[in-house]
Structures are given as structure tokens and as C-alpha cells.
Design a protein around this ligand. Sequence first.
Ligand SMILES: [Zn+2]
Length: 265
Amino acid sequence: MLIDFHTHCFPDKIAPKALEKLAYSSGGIEYYTDGTIGGLKKSMGEEGVDAAVILNIATNEHQMESVNNFAASVNNNSDIFAFGSVYPDAKNALDELERIKSLGLKGVKLHPEYQKFYVDDEKMKPIYKKISQLGLILVFHAGYDYGAELPFHGLPTNFKNALKWIDTPTVAAHWGGIDCGIEVLEMLCGTDLYFDTSFGYCQMPREIAMKIIEKHGADKMLFATDSPWRTRAMEKRFLNTLELSDSELDAIYNGNAKRLLGINQ
Ligand SMILES: [Zn+2]
């Protein structure tokens, strides 16, 4: 079984424009689906993915409800687990978290760059508290972001400071932080955070990846691609060079995600 814990798609009408815009601002990055839910499902079929987590991001206060309504419209908690999002500065962010829960979504994605907050800013405490109380899974973008303006807001030091305020399963995407492998090794390995494996291929030095898994444990790693920006074949090719045992690979490909998402099969 293969579960991809980090994918994206957009409403059909805006998908082509959204992909072009994001690809351009990220320096011309390639993409491998058409950005729609249909395109994501097609890629899952072609690449043998049994279930995917779709991470949606509300990049301003006004689109928050529609982003979460879109998530609910594609979510089935069977092969598609769409997560919601709140814009931290929105006046009704805490109420919207309750609505996310009532819509049946299992988690929330926060993006420190597109939502302009430092992960360890005190203003985030009530948001983290509410997410924890509701038992939602919390996924963060972590590390550098190729499409964002400096300074970066979610570096390993920010996560280390914020951990004491969070009491729910929490994922720092991209091996704990894009281009921050050394700092992840020093500061975040051994904490309760989960790391997803997206943007490993041609991004994370192999030796650092091996050290991260050795120190952090394969039971806190989640297979992920960041589709449409990467394919499963790319990320699997990278994982297959890390000299992991079959049971470690099994945990990364599906065991840990099943535990988090409550999939019993
Ligand atoms: Zn992503």
C-alpha cells in the first residue's frame, strides 16, 4: 500500500492559472499533473497510489471558507483525505477550525510563508491550542520556499520554539525543512514531529537524509511527493537509495500514515 501524504489540487476553473503562477514564482519549476482533482486521481492510478492527503492553503482571510468548502467537496476519508486551512490573522480563524472539524476533515495545513506568520509567534498559540483540542492533524510547510519572499518564517529554530504549544500529531513537510537538513538533524530529530519525504529527490543530500532517518526514526517519516511538483517515481527512487529495511520502508510508505489517518486495512 502506498499513501502520499502531501499533494495539491485546485478547483478546475482556477487550476491552469494557479499552476502557471506558482511555477513561475518558484523559478520555473516543472509540474506533473494538470492541477485538478481529476489530474491528481489519474496520477494516483498511474503511479499506484492508494490514498492521498490533499493540502489546501488559505492565502488570505477572504478565501478561507471557500478553500475549506473545496476541501470538503473532494474529501472522502477513504482514498482522498483533504485537509483544511485557516488564515491565522482572520478574525474567525478559531470558529473556522471548528467548522473544519465538523466538515469531517482530518487535518489542517498552515504555510508560514504564504500566510505570513512565524511558526513560533505568540499570536499562533490560540490557533495551535484549538487545533490540538479538536484533535486535527497539523501540517506545516517547513524550511525554505522557492516562491516566497525573504525572510523565511518556518525554519528549524522556529519549530523547536513552538513545539511546546502544540499537542496534536504535527508534520513538518519536506524532511523537516527544505534546504535545512543540517539544522533539522541538530534541532528537530528526536522531537515528536513527523517529517514528510517530499522534495527529497535532487534536493536533499542523500547522506543527510540517511542520518535524519537514523536519528529521528522511520516511525515518524511519511512518504510524500508534493504532487504536482514531483512524481512518486522520483521520490521512491530517492528513498530506494537510503539503505532502509523492508519494515522501515513499509512504515514510511503506509504504516505511519495509516496510524495518523485512522485507516484500518
Ligand atoms: Zn506542498
